[in-house]
Design a protein around this ligand. Sequence first.
Ligand SMILES: C[S@@+](CC[C@H](N)C(=O)[O-])C[C@H]1O[C@@H](n2cnc3c(N)ncnc32)[C@H](O)[C@@H]1O
Length: 228
Amino acid sequence: MRPPVSVFKKSFMAMDNPILNYVIDHSLREPAILKDLRETTMSTFREYELLIAPEQAQFFRILLKMLDAKKAIEVGVFTGYNTLSMSLALPDDGKVIACDVCEKCTNFAEQYWSKSDINHKIDLRLQPALKTLDSLIEAGESGTYDFIFIDADKENNSNYYDRAYTLLRKGGIIAIDNVIWGGKVADEMETDIKTTAIRACNDNIYSDQNVDISMLTLGDGVMLAMKK
Ligand SMILES: C[S@@+](CC[C@H](N)C(=O)[O-])C[C@H]1O[C@@H](n2cnc3c(N)ncnc32)[C@H](O)[C@@H]1O
């Protein structure tokens, strides 16, 4: 049986969920610039549900600090919420490679990035993310990234994971978003391309003994894989 969908809805859409409300009210500390970016995205973009959950971005900021991270990649930028959030957690000489194909979304993102003093940390690559990841590997950057967030076209999750594993340093973390997919992954009647691809990537990571893993019921589900 599919779990109640509301459990997996993002915090900004799940205000009818008292437990999630409590969690948000007692733990979310959203910097003003991120709040502004999120609220403007929600009033400007019909597809605002693509936004990462703010409590999830906050959790990633802690991970980045724990990892003493300098180099990160965002696969799927949308309006730049998590890219900006990660930049805030990186040191001044840190770098986020931001991968997306949407000019309209990233133009919006760039307006916010340039409003803050983190703009120099962001390197936007406006082309298919697989092309960007392959170019980083070809440029000799394998084994050098601390944190890679995968949140783009779900059909490519396994392709992104393979490249991200190559680019990651030992002890670095890959985080994959939407691994619960509103509960669809647990419903065998759901056989559409995206659900099937998400399940396949989840299974692939579960059996990958080269990483330590944890699947979190945060946002719409996040798989963490730490390179051994
Ligand atoms: C769920 S949104 C990302 C949300 C974002 N991580 C955030 O912080 O709010 C997915 C994004 O992936 C992008 N995308 C889809 N296919 C892509 C591809 N082949 N390469 C790069 N980006 C892609 C979309 O344009 C969209 O902006």
